[in-house]
Structure formats: structure tokens, C-alpha cells
Design a protein around this ligand. Structure first.
Ligand SMILES: NC(=O)c1ccc[n+]([C@@H]2O[C@H](COP(=O)([O-])OP(=O)(O)OC[C@H]3O[C@@H](n4cnc5c(N)ncnc54)[C@H](OP(=O)(O)O)[C@@H]3O)[C@@H](O)[C@H]2O)c1
Length: 334
């Protein structure tokens, strides 16, 4: 791989795409050339990179000529159609959608956990689900130290996880309510302002949603832990940015709060914010636009013999998407 590759952002105008451009810039990724791709609707728009206006082009089958790394965040169906075309044109694709995550031929990578998996890619590398990524940043170091058997978890997921239209929906509904106007819904099946929705993604015959099962399925693949079990309830909350997850984890080996704290304090990409006496714990408001995730509320779980309860929060547009993708790209050019 060229040390100053030609990079493309596919879905450049979206919530994740915009963060990818900013992250490439903030981390001084050695971009040789940047190409921005989106739908025909966005052709001609300009987005800034390193002080320059770059014009958005339409994603077409011929768009990948000369591009070496393509960061995809335009939805699963676009990835399924265009990622193989990009690979054919000589590109390495880092894909943010769920299209290839569970494909045995595609590595699924969180660099702090399994960066070595990047090496066996065959053209596509998948970025994990955003809630899974945030939870595993705290769970994996604990698993390494104490051997995680299973977790029960509930997520508190920000609207930006659904994309730019959902951010606009929350803004609009808050405005409508303040002005005592009728509330209109376009993205979610119910009002999200001043409400919580116990549904993220579509329902499976088991009663879980697809999003809820990603924690177990993707967690097994990323942690190389085929017997990991996760029972999760995913909830959308009226927060603009950063997901939080309340986790109860059961371990093989004896665990204590102090031993867990010392493991977590050394974990890369993770801060410990855990001073209950001073009301200090991670909150989405403070985690927004931060690269690190944070863990707090660390306590012995009173319903497990050998369990730990904790709360982890992180910016899902960054660690759950753009940052993780750029970190994978950094691994590619090492
Ligand atoms: N949001 C998150 O926190 C998050 C986290 C992890 C993964 N992801 C995944 O990342 C992807 C994008 O999410 P997002 O939140 O950024 O969504 P978004 O804000 O709705 O943005 C979607 C992007 O895809 C582009 N696009 C849509 N249809 C297209 C088409 N036919 N051809 C070319 N480009 C097209 C859009 O371009 P136009 O502006 O031209 O329509 C836009 O740039 C999804 O697969 C999502 O599951 C999102």
C-alpha cells in the first residue's frame, strides 16, 4: 500500500461521512488525494478538507479508478453493490454497514482488540456495529483478564446513529413541542423528542431486534470468543450524539472492583470516569466528539455470583464508525 494513498469517502455527505473527513484531517492521515462520493442529489456540493473545497461526485461503477482506500458509509445496499466493484478496481474497502460483518472472508475489526485481523483481508474490512464497538471497548479488557461468559445489557442510543435525517427529526420535534404545534414523524415510528423507543432496527422471530443480536454475533467474531453470550435490549433515546450501554457481565475467574478498575485504567482508547461520591460518571453529553470511550459505575453485580456491572459511553459516530474506520486505514498503511 502506498504511504500516501488516494482515499475515497463513499457517503461523504452523511452523518458518518462528514466525521470521516474530519477524522482523516484531525489524525493527519497521509491522504495523497481525497475523492468524495455520494448520491446524484449531492453532486456539486462542496465539503472542506484541509482548508480546501472538494466537490462531491456521484457514486458510479467507474468512480474507483486510481483510488486505493475507500471508506464506505452509504448504507448496506450500496456497500453490497459497490464494494465488490471497488475491490475489482484495486481498492481496499473499509465498510461501515452491516453488509459484510459476518462474512467469514471479511475481517471485522476494532483495532484496540483485533488489529492483527486486518492482515488477512481480501479487499474488504468491516467496521463493527456502533453499540457493539462502544461496549467492547470496556468489555474486551475485562474478558482478557477474567474471561467473560455472558452479559445482559441495555443500550441508550443517540439519534445520530440513524443518520442525518434523524438528527433533523429530533430538532424539529423539540421545536414543534416548544411551539405547541402538532408533532410530525418521518424517521421513527413514534415521537422521539421527550420519549424513549425500545426498538432499534427491525424485529426477529425471537422477539429480539437485529441490532440487539449484533452484540453477541459481532462480539464473538471480534473477541475470538465463540461461546460469548449477550442478551441485549436496545433503546433509542432523545440524545443527539454518543451511545451509552449499561452492562452486567459474568466472568469465569473471580473479579473485584479494584482489579477491574486497574485493568480498565490500562485499556487503550478508554477512560475510567468513576467517582460516584462526586457524581462523576460518563455521560453522552461529554463523550460527544471524543475519540476515547469512557467507563464508570463499576460495581459488583448483585445478581451474579461472579459478575460486574458497569456503564460505558462513547461517540458512536467516531469510535462506532468514522474513527474506527480511519484507525483501520492507519493499520493498512503501517
Ligand atoms: N450513524 C452512525 O452512528 C453509524 C454508525 C456506524 C455505522 N453506520 C452506518 O454507516 C452508514 C451511513 O450512515 P449515516 O448515519 O452516515 O447515514 P446518513 O446520514 O443517512 O448518510 C447516508 C450517506 O449515504 C449516501 N447515499 C445514500 N444513498 C446513496 C446512493 N444511492 N448512492 C450514493 N450515495 C448514497 C448519502 O448521500 P446523499 O447525501 O447524496 O443522499 C449520504 O452521504 C450506514 O450503513 C449506517 O448503518 C452509521
Amino acid at each position: 500500500m502506498n504511504s500516501r494513498p488516494h482515499v475515497a469517502v463513499v457517503g461523504a455527505t452523511g452523518a458518518v461521512g462528514i466525521e470521516m473527513i474530519k477524522t482523516l484531517e484531525r489524525r493527519n492521515f497521509p491522504v495523497g488525494k481525497l475523492t468524495l462520493l455520494a448520491s446524484a442529489r449531492s453532486v456539486g456540493k462542496t465539503l472542506k478538507f484541509l482548508g480546501e473545497d472538494i466537490t462531491v461526485k456521484e457514486l458510479t461503477k467507474d468512480a474507483f479508478k486510481g483510488i486505493e482506500i475507500a471508506l464506505f458509509s452509504a448504507g448496506g445496499s450500496i456497500s453490497k453493490e459497490f464494494a465488490p466493484i471497488a475491490v475489482q478496481a484495486g481498492c481496499v474497502v473499509v465498510d461501515n454497514s452491516s453488509a459484510f460483518r459476518m462474512d467469514e472472508k471479511v475481517p471485522l475489526v476494532i483495532p484496540e482488540i483485533n488489529s492483527a485481523d486486518v492482515k488477512w483481508h481480501k479487499g474488504i474490512i468491516a467496521n463493527p456495529n456502533c453499540t457493539t464497538a462502544v461496549a467492547l471497548m470496556a468489555l474486551y479488557p475485562l474478558h482478557q483478564a477474567f474471561g467473560c461468559k455472558r452479559i445482559f445489557a441495555s443500550s441508550y442510543q443517540a439519534v445520530s446513529g440513524t443518520g442525518a435525517k434523524a438528527i433533523a427529526e429530533l430538532e424539529r420535534q423539540v421545536d414543534q413541542i416548544v411551539k405547541q404545534q402538532p408533532v410530525t414523524k418521518e424517521v421513527y415510528p413514534h415521537q422521539i423528542a421527550f420519549n424513549v423507543l425500545p426498538q432499534v432496527d427491525s424485529f426477529l422471530p425471537t422477539g429480539y431486534t437485529k441490532e440487539e443480536m449484533k452484540m453477541e454475533n459481532e462480539g464473538r467474531k471480534i473477541m475470538h470468543h465463540p461461546t460469548f453470550r449477550a442478551s441485549v435490549t436496545c433503546v433509542r433515546v432523545p440524545v443527539y450524539r454518543a451511545h451509552s450501554v449499561a452492562v452486567s457481565a459474568e466472568f469465569e475467574k473471580p473479579v473485584t472492583v479494584n482489579a477491574a478498575r486497574s485493568v480498565l485504567a490500562k485499556a487503550p482508547g478508554l477512560q475510567v470516569i468513576d467517582e460516584p461520591a462526586k457524581n462523576q460518571y460518563p455521560m453522552p453529553l461529554h463523550m460527544a466528539e471524543q475519540y476515547d470511550c469512557a467507563v464508570g459505575r463499576i460495581r459488583m453485580d448483585c445478581a451474579f455470583d461472579n459478575g460486574l456491572a458497569f456503564w460505558v459511553a462513547g461517540d458512536q459516530l467516531l469510535k462506532g464508525a468514522a474513527l474506527n474506520a480511519v484507525q483501520i486505514a492507519e493499520e493498512l498503511i503501517k
